[in-house]
Design a protein around this ligand. Structure first.
Ligand code: PHE
Length: 438
């Protein structure tokens, strides 16, 4: 058995967890989903889902990792026996599935970055459509996908401390700082206020009860928090007893939501100022790869520079997420088959590349994979809440008591995990399945 690595510091863990959460999903999801009619109602539902449902599950996922000190594949079995083996499989399948198309989108990000710097960006809507067609088809997609997977693999091969912790420690503050600057810049654009009020702040109370808006809030919350997929199990398994998990979970959720909002505060003014309102609600990634580049291009050379910064940042945000996705199969293979980290990383990379080929060829397939994986995350969250809320509740109590979490906080979380999370997630899952098959 290999010796289990540990984070160098508590902050290292927190930043890696936040790095996993903050990713392309924040940059495209928030803007797109609040523009689908949800507006402020979507935001309210999203915050409610995060606070009421996701936080207790996030803590549960962390407890599962820390208390078993096992990989996502073995942790459910260690906690509750062989019957829970399917949950380990769910984690492995969902993480490989997401990474398979996530790497493709990372490739588009690289391509857009190079267009901003060296080739130029589309200046009107016709050109924008052609531009997206160009970056999302042909051989260049494979090049981008392979580069993204290789970079991810290099970080993960370097290990928890030497790779993941090192990267996220400088990337996260940098990312946050620059996004903040970009949001301030966007606020100075002429359409800024109109941008906020037509999307983020648009109020329509009936949206609070709209099944698509509710399902969007669930999808965005689980995807954006990297929840229900075993990542927090993997990362927490390298933790010692000291970290106060509820605090860590709250930090991750706050930072993640803040970045989603910042992305919206950048996107909407740009989109509004350059008359690109219709593009944004057309397709999930349309906002990121059609509307934004076109908006930036309208500002001439300066715009291209800003675009380069933005897409460079997007790539950094994405890689701190992709490494976390890869850590799920890697740590599982190391744990289950006693493989070396190197062997586990390169095998996973190859398999994930192969599964990703259809997504690299067809954006339609990519969209469908995204919809299915999103549903798997919510199912994973439901199973985790049942596992730690009902099957092995003592584990939740003991682990949190050991790390000195306040009694009131513990009681609240336990109550929510047992009585609120399972039924509410079940409803979210039902609505999400409905909206996926419709
Ligand atoms: N949370 C990441 C994002 O918002 C994506 C992700 C999903 C990462 C699930 C890991 C697991 O982009």
């Amino acid at each position: 058995m290999q010796e289990r690595e540990q984070w160098r510091s508590g902050l290292g863990f927190a930043l890696a967890a936040a790095g996993s959460a903050v990713g392309l999903g924040n940059l495209w999801g928030f803007a797109y989903r609040s523009s689908q009619g949800g507006g402020l109602a979507f935001l309210i539902l999203y915050v409610l889902v995060v606070l009421v449902v996701c936080l207790p599950v996030l803590v549960a996922e962390m407890v599962l990792g820390r208390s078993t000190a096992s990989s996502p594949f073995l942790a459910p079995i260690k906690a509750a026996g062989e019957n829970w083996k399917p949950l380990g499989w769910l984690f492995a399948i969902a993480s490989c599935g997401i990474l398979s198309y996530y790497a493709v989108i990372m490739g588009w990000t690289i391509d857009t970055f190079f267009h901003s710097l060296f080739i130029g960006l589309p200046s009107d809507m016709t050109e924008a459509g052609e531009f997206f067609g160009k970056i999302s088809s042909g051989n260049s997609v494979f090049v981008g996908q392979i580069i993204s997977l290789l970079l991810t693999a290099f970080v993960v091969v370097a290990g928890v401390r030497g790779g993941i912790e090192k990267l996220t420690k400088w990337a996260m503050p940098f990312l946050f700082g620059l996004l903040l600057l970009l949001a301030i810049w966007a606020a100075t654009l002429s359409g800024a206020w109109e941008g906020y009020t037509s999307f983020l702040l648009k109020w329509d109370s009936s949206q609070l009860f709209d099944k698509n808006t509710i399902s969007n809030a669930f999808k965005q919350a689980f995807f954006s928090l990297s929840l229900g997929i075993g990542i927090m199990v993997a990362y927490s398994s390298y933790l010692n007893r000291k970290n106060h998990l509820p605090k860590e979970a709250l930090r991750v959720a706050t930072l993640d939501t803040a970045v989603g909002l910042l992305a919206g505060l950048i996107t909407f003014p740009v989109v509004m100022s350059f008359g690109l309102k219709d593009v944004i609600s057309e397709s999930t990634v349309g906002t990121l790869f059609i509307a934004l580049p076109t908006g930036f291009a309208n500002l001439g050379l300066l715009g291209r520079l800003i675009a380069a910064v933005f897409f460079g940042l997007a790539f950094i945000a994405a890689i701190t997420s992709s490494i976390s996705l890869m850590e799920v199969p890697v740590s599982s293979l190391m744990d289950r088959l006693n493989w070396s980290r190197k062997k586990a990383v390169w095998t996973s990379t190859l398999v994930i590349f192969l599964i990703g080929i259809p997504s690299a060829i067809s954006t339609d397939f990519l969209g469908k994979s995204d919809a299915i994986c999103n549903t798997l995350l919510i199912l994973g969250g439901l199973l985790i809440s049942i596992l730690l809320g009902w099957i092995v509740p003592n584990r939740y109590d003991e682990d949190l008591a050991n790390s000195n979490a306040n009694l009131r906080v513990r009681r609240y979380l336990k109550f929510m995990l047992r009585w609120v999370s399972p039924p509410v997630i079940a409803i979210g899952l039902y609505l999400t399945v409905l909206s996926t098959i419709e």
